[in-house]
Design a protein around this ligand. Structure first.
Ligand SMILES: [Zn+2]
Length: 298
């Protein structure tokens, strides 16, 4: 068998064994670059896709979740696409694959993949005994909670284009963390959902700033998180600022990194003033401190 043909056959066999669906022999090969502080539960992943020909569409999957991709220059067709994904809090350690598919203006399919290894990560467990009112919401707020959940689901389902000046994020307040991301709290012996953000020390009235450039998509009161601002940073990336004593922005307002969103406080179901700083890709939380890492924004 001629050497070149043998190599071609081997390539198709390797490809089909790894991932048959994304791997038609005729598809255009995509270069998939992935960046993360660490491939471990609770970490965001930045994905960049380069194609040998401009694509009119591109989409991806990682660990059963969809990756929302957009052209880097904001124009379609494009040979360069970008998007966000994450390693979920409950993702198992071991090998995983990030798969991208796309299509050229001429209708040709494009495909590429990148294998990663997810490290194991343990989150601390904290046992707390608190007054019953902090554990179970009163029965008469069930309808309110359902309404808020539906409204937030609609917020996190949005896919906006990324702002052009999205760079490394900045801390929203200067105070140190008082509770870390992912901590599994057990209240009065009952396990709760893992802490979906970071608590930062802040006094009542301290200025709270947007960690990154984006658009305000929520500015209002919620049962658990009190006065809350959510900023949309594009392609499913959001940051959340909770328990504010005052909100100084309105929905639809563009904000720069470091711009004032409001003042810290103790609204919602909390025992004292602090800033709860959250970050999500879609509806899934990750450690917001990862966004300070400049390598995610190269
Ligand atoms: Zn918190």
């Amino acid at each position: 068998m001629p050497r070149t043909l043998l190599l071609a056959v081997l390539a198709v066999v390797a490809c089909a064994a790894a991932r048959p669906a994304a791997c038609a022999a005729a598809s255009l090969p995509l270069e998939v670059e992935v960046r993360a502080r660490e491939f471990a539960p609770g970490e965001p992943v930045r994905i960049t896709v380069r194609a040998p020909e401009p694509l009119v569409s591109a989409r991806g999957r990682f660990g059963g979740r969809e990756i929302r991709l957009a052209p880097e220059d904001g124009r379609t067709p494009s040979a360069s696409w970008t998007g966000w994904s994450l390693v979920g809090l409950d993702d198992p350690p071991g090998p995983a694959i990030i798969e991208i598919t796309g299509r050229t203006a001429g209708g040709r399919a494009a495909a590429g993949a990148r294998a990663v290894t997810v490290a194991a990560r343990e989150f601390p467990v904290e046992h707390l005994t608190v007054a019953a009112k902090y554990v179970e919401p009163p029965a008469d707020v069930a309808a309110r909670l359902a309404r808020e959940r539906a409204a937030l689901d609609a917020v996190y389902a949005r896919t906006s284009p990324p702002p052009p000046d999205l760079g490394p994020f900045v801390p929203p307040v200067p105070g140190p963390p008082t509770s870390t991301f992912g901590k599994r709290r057990v209240f009065n012996g009952k396990p709760r959902a893992p802490h979906p953000g970071l608590d930062l020390r802040a006094a009542e009235g301290d200025t709270v700033r947007s960690a990154g450039a984006g658009t305000v998509v929520w500015a209002g009161e919620l049962y658990y998180s009190g006065n809350t601002v959510i900023v949309d940073h594009g392609l499913g990336l959001f940051t959340i600022y909770a328990h504010l004593s005052r909100i100084d922005v309105r929905e639809g307002q563009p904000v720069r990194a470091g711009e004032r969103l409001g003042l810290a406080g103790a609204t919602g179901r909390v025992t004292g003033p602090h800033l709860h700083f959250g970050a999500k890709i879609g509806r899934e939380p990750f450690d917001p401190r990862a966004l300070y890492d400049p390598s995610l924004f190269d």
